[in-house]
Design a protein around this ligand. Sequence first.
Ligand SMILES: [Zn+2]
Ligand SMILES: [Zn+2]
Length: 302
Amino acid sequence: MRITFWGVRGSYPTPGTSTVRYGGHTSCVQVEVEGRPPIVLDAGTGMRALGRHLRRGPLGHGDGTVNLLLTHLHWDHIQGLPFFDPVFVRGNRLNVYARSGRGTRLSEAIAGVAGDAVFPVVFKDLPANFKFVPVTPKDDLNIGGVRVLPIALNHPGTSTGFRIDHGARSVAYITDTSPFDRIRYKRNFAKAPPKRLAPGDRRILEKMRRDLVSAIRGCDVVIYDTTFTDDEYEKFPHWGHSTPWQAIQIARDADAKKLVLFHHAPNRSDEDMDRMLADTIERAGDTHVAIDAARQGQVLEI
Ligand SMILES: [Zn+2]
Ligand SMILES: [Zn+2]
């Protein structure tokens, strides 16, 4: 299994001299399994370069399939889709797996990123064939011969993580999510940190955390939302994102082999990221979990 990071940033793209090493594109990760169609996790702005890369194969002449798994439909996770070259080649198939929310059909939500008010090519005129598959965290999916488990996360409007298994190899992609102890998201963004958590919500969050830990148990690689430092999290616990320390505890509890920090805050420079990674490794101390921070262009072979 090979994992390639095409976009690692959260919220919005941040090109520039201060993000050269870690990269400025938003979330897009490719998972390759020999002989299977590529799996793409999220369609952030990193997806454009991935599309150009994939055109060298069957997707370049209309004979390819992409299985796209979307955590959720926030802009930083879908904005690359209309710029993904394979959707402009007739004959290609794009299977889009995501949770549909609150009465919005998945196809309509995706069509919104290529609606005539915001994009020159209307979604229905894109030459590739799209198939939309709604998923729920109870599913156990076989996607092109690869096992995929959707996982419920705690984020405004909800988000869905994914565990991908093939043979003895496994990767989990866990973004975007708040921790599971202070706020439970039901619908949208919370305007202010909650004063206290209702007991019913506490129980639901505890179960969510247990379910997450058991879903990613023993994974070779866990890619995790680590948008915030501890100090930032204290200021914005209601923004729906986690810290490296919260990620380490989840990865340890799940006996993961490697944790990869991901969804870097847009204002975090390369030097800030170096520091965050070094601090995280130091704070984790003597642990069996290897720790790294995702860099655009990085490839992990597992
Ligand atoms: Zn995001
Ligand atoms: Zn989000």
